[in-house]
Design a binder for this molecule. Structure first.
Ligand SMILES: Cc1cc2nc3c(=O)[nH]c(=O)nc-3n(C[C@H](O)[C@H](O)[C@H](O)COP(=O)(O)OP(=O)(O)OC[C@H]3O[C@@H](n4cnc5c(N)ncnc54)[C@H](O)[C@@H]3O)c2cc1C
Length: 344
């Protein structure tokens, strides 16, 4: 059951497409190690959609970083990931960087991966997709869920029975948990913007500046675009409610905390911060580097409240009901998809 007209319109394509290798989480060793656990298998199974051949740099800002260069080096050594100090690189501005490191981190192509899975599902006669569908009502009868669905195109209602339900709706996790009478998971939500740019000098270069209100610019899979994010400017609005509740929903009544719409194309979406994001990331590069803005995509980013401090992004899977079964999968990162196998 998918509420949009198509699969993969939300977080699974509106993200930085970083195949996490641990670097990003110097304050959460658990997330860092888990990224590395799943990376080898994700890489093997999605090889055609991964860009391996580019230089990925991590850098520490001279000002206001929560982790300094010595701590970052010790962290990388502790979890055993490459971290080679690079001095005098002509494309970077060392007046802003305390240290620059060459690392090994790849980027996957979320759009191609989405297409791959859509094709794979289409070949499976046992899988039926109901796009543009809303779950209206839920009951249990005997050992089964009875789920009433409404097609949002023609408003037709149908009821299906299921022995087992998996809620994998990310920002809508609690809305669906509540429909099935299950407890919330403690989440917070942010309306987030990824900007996409091109650069003749940075075709094969990515940079992530640590550790605080900084930014990251790196190839978006095989697309030829660079995705640009900024801790300070990517997140436009924040909601600490378990359901994503934003003031812009008062201007678009089709988007509700319990049934959020797609932010792209929404008349109430916040204006783009791309100029601020570009201004910020430019400071880390030398004047030779040109950045040309193309477009932005918005989505709701959701996080476990427990990870507010350490910035960890675990994938949380719980079985909340037995006979009939109900699982809630909250995916913190794309390459942690295999965590599902621990439960199912
Ligand atoms: C800005 C940003 C940057 C990120 N960067 C990275 C990164 O670099 N690397 C990484 O690995 N991860 C990253 N992530 C995290 C990653 O994108 C998510 O963990 C992942 O996409 C979650 O996948 P999902 O399928 O659970 O959610 P989604 O892709 O959001 O899919 C949920 C689906 O549920 C549907 N849905 C919602 N409500 C209902 C309903 N009531 N009924 C039916 N269907 C419903 C939605 O329409 C959607 O299709 C980032 C996330 C964001 C937002």
């Amino acid at each position: 059951m998918e509420k949009e007209r198509e699969l993969f319109k939300k977080a699974s394509i509106v993200n930085q497409a970083r195949l996490h290798s641990g670097y990003h989480y110097p304050r959460s060793v658990a997330t860092a190690l888990m990224s590395d656990d799943n990376k080898a298998r994700f890489t093997e199974e999605h090889r055609p959609f991964i860009l391996f051949d580019f230089e990925k740099y991590y850098a520490i800002d001279r000002y206001g970083s929560l982790t300094d260069a010595a701590q970052f080096e010790r962290f990388c050594e502790f979890i055993g990931i490459r971290c080679e100090r690079v001095d005098g690189h002509p494309l970077f501005n060392y007046e802003r960087l305390e240290a620059l490191y060459l690392t090994t981190e790849y980027t996957f192509d979320p759009v191609l991966i989405g297409e791959y899975y859509k094709e794979k599902i289409a070949k499976q006669s046992s899988i039926e997709i109901h796009p543009f569908t809303q779950i209206k009502k839920v009951e249990t009868v005997g050992g089964s869920w009875q789920v009433e669905l409404q097609n949002l195109e023609n408003e037709a209602i149908e009821t299906i029975a299921a022995k087992s339900v998996i809620n994998a709706t990310y920002a809508a996790s609690n809305a669906l948990n509540r429909l099935f009478g299950m407890p919330d998971i403690d989440l917070m939500h942010e309306i987030s913007e990824m900007a996409f740019v091109t650069s003749p000098q940075l075709k094969n270069i990515g940079l992530t500046v640590m550790d605080g209100q900084f930014g990251s610019l790196m190839p978006y899979g095989l697309s030829g675009l660079l995705s640009l994010s900024s801790v300070a400017y990517t997140h436009h609005k924040v909601s600490y409610d378990n359901l994503p509740t934003f003031d812009c929903q008062q201007r678009n009544l089709l988007c509700r905390p319990d049934f959020t719409a797609d932010c792209n194309g929404c008349p109430a979406a916040p204006p783009s911060n791309y100029r601020k994001m570009l201004g910020q990331i430019r400071q880390y590069f030398s004047e030779k580097v040109e950045l040309d803005y193309q477009h932005s995509l918005f989505t709701i980013k959701s996080k476990l409240k427990a990870n507010f401090i350490d910035d960890g992004r675990p994938t949380e899977i719980s079985c909340l009901h037995r006979n009939p079964d109900f699982y809630c999968i909250f995916a913190g990162k794309i390459n942690s998809i295999y965590e599902i196998e621990k439960m199912l």
